[in-house]
Write a protein that binds this ligand. Sequence first.
Ligand SMILES: NC(=O)c1ccc[n+]([C@@H]2O[C@H](COP(=O)([O-])OP(=O)(O)OC[C@H]3O[C@@H](n4cnc5c(N)ncnc54)[C@H](OP(=O)(O)O)[C@@H]3O)[C@@H](O)[C@H]2O)c1
Length: 296
Amino acid sequence: MMQFVVQSQRTFMATRLSLRLMRSSMTQRASFSFSAMKWEGGVSMVQGASRGIGLEFVKQLLENNEKGHVVATCRNPRGATGLHDLKNKFVERLSILPLDVTVESTIEESAKSIREKYGSLNLLVNASGILSLPDALQPETTLTKVQKSSLMLAYEVNAVGPILVIKHMWPLLKIGGGSGTERDVAIVANISARVGSIGDNRLGGWHSYRASKSALNQLNKTISVEFARKKDPVISILLHPGTVDTDLSRPFQRNVPEGKLFTKEYSVQKLLHIIDNVKSSDNGKFFAWDGQEIPW
Ligand SMILES: NC(=O)c1ccc[n+]([C@@H]2O[C@H](COP(=O)([O-])OP(=O)(O)OC[C@H]3O[C@@H](n4cnc5c(N)ncnc54)[C@H](OP(=O)(O)O)[C@@H]3O)[C@@H](O)[C@H]2O)c1
């Protein structure tokens, strides 16, 4: 009798275990088939894609790959003429969504739309940023020009916004890691700036912009530690694009040494090379356009 009880207990536990294994492998298969097979080539999101470096990322991601989908987000999709031109060319592979990094509900809405349409994300590029805005933010040349409102604005757009974007896309990135592309992890690339390096600060000035990028760097380092601790298949890095000929740098290009002002095409090509070759050990690191690590 005793032998029979032990035997049936063993059979019951073995059945439960195999059911649990079956269920977990079905769940895994369901998520992989949804994200990998349906979206061959993966799904990338470029945040801050209306112009400049962000728009160039969208262009190269679409033009360099035969497959793969891109979600481009920006504050005002209607006015984003560069994105409309790309949409005409890549009707099926490009989606455009409204997202203002200072309005969290627009980030949540984008995450919802991406989840419903694609189910996962393989790459997130946070490209938005501000250096100067008429009447609101001017890169400070001296402490006497520092204003609370400028410090707060730069911090809100350049540091808080990108981190909230990662927070809301995180569940999609976890699924995206290991599927859809040749990579076995999802990647987050935050466009920072060398001036955010405290160790590299020899010239001073640009207090609001510098401090906001330093804050972005620290926030990114912090989440990269969490991703690694939780064994999430997500790598998050910081990238300095060089001095690039865009609206952001245009008023400040006078003192750029010859040969040091890059086209956005060149800069994004270099940044995509870093992204495509990223390793797990790069998680949390801060790289310049040429692949050199930048000191904190
Ligand atoms: N250009 C350089 O030399 C240089 C150097 C170092 C680092 N960076 C960094 O590179 C990134 C891209 O800069 P860029 O040169 O391409 O500048 P840009 O041409 O001025 O483009 C800035 C982008 O940020 C978007 N943006 C601004 N505020 C936003 C908000 N609240 N929510 C969502 N998007 C917002 C803009 O959208 P709207 O069209 O709606 O304004 C635009 O798409 C920035 O993070 C910048 O700090 C640039």
